[in-house]
Design a protein around this ligand. Structure first.
Ligand SMILES: [Fe+2]
Ligand SMILES: [Fe+2]
Length: 237
């Protein structure tokens, strides 16, 4: 697809509003999605207050209200947890820097897993779950935002190759999970194999694909891509 330098990846500060541009495609849709989150929290709040005022004194209603309050609080806690999980990426201030920070964080989890004991299956399983969680959020940000933009900017083949790497990585993590679950041997060798696949993939991203993409974006597009990616991360964090 031809490179359209007027395209934007978010609606926040878009100066383009023509149909078919990312200003109206990614941008408006995403902005609406964010407003929907806020609206949902508001709706839970008003529903709870309305019932409370209308049927005070009824024990069943009181129990429902308590339940609704708990549910609302649960959503707030969930939003807080999501925000906390996305915070280091957001704080990096740039999509590429954010992804590099996540690569470094994943390396630490790989290192910790490599130090884990063959005897402590439970702890190893928990650590593996943390790595799967971190990589899955990271990969969704790349697959649903960054690789799509990469393809739009004329690097579809590269994006496809990186997508295929993600599938292999998922498969490797799944095999590790099965080794832990079935308490089989061979964890260290498999982990080393998965780690090497991860490092090779990250090298391609950090040294080739992403610098090329970054160089092709305007400052405004970089900002929009950064926002778009962070929102995707927040959704799945
Ligand atoms: Fe990736
Ligand atoms: Fe990555």
């Amino acid at each position: 697809m031809a490179h359209d330098s007027t395209r934007n990846y978010d609606n926040g500060t878009s100066s383009k509003s023509g149909s078919g541009s990312y200003g109206s495609g990614y941008g408006n849709g995403y902005g609406s999605s964010q407003r929907d989150y806020q609206g949902s929290y508001g709706d839970y709040g008003s529903g709870h207050n309305g019932k409370g005022g209308h049927q005070a004194g009824n024990s069943t209603t009181s129990a429902l209200i308590a339940g609704a309050a708990g549910f609302g609080l649960g959503l707030l806690v969930l939003a807080g947890r999501k925000a906390a999980f996305q915070a280091p990426t957001y704080a990096a201030g740039d999509w590429f820097e954010g992804l590099k920070a996540e690569h470094r964080a994943a390396r630490k989890l790989f290192d910790a897993l490599a130090q884990s004991s063959d005897e402590d299956h439970k702890k190893r399983g928990t650590m593996l779950m943390e790595l799967q969680y971190a990589i899955s959020k990271h990969n969704i940000q790349e697959e649903y935002v960054v690789y799509c933009v990469l393809a739009e900017m004329g690097q579809a083949d590269v994006a496809e190759g990186l997508n295929a790497d993600h599938f292999e990585l998922k498969q490797g993590l799944f095999e590790l999970e099965m080794i832990v679950k079935e308490q089989r041997g061979g964890f260290a060798d498999k982990l080393a194999e998965v780690r090497e696949a991860f490092e090779s993939h990250v090298r391609e991203e950090e040294e080739e694909a992403f610098p090329t993409l970054q160089a092709s974006l305007s400052d405004e597009q970089k900002k929009m891509l950064t926002n778009r990616m962070n929102r995707e991360g927040f959704k799945v964090a």
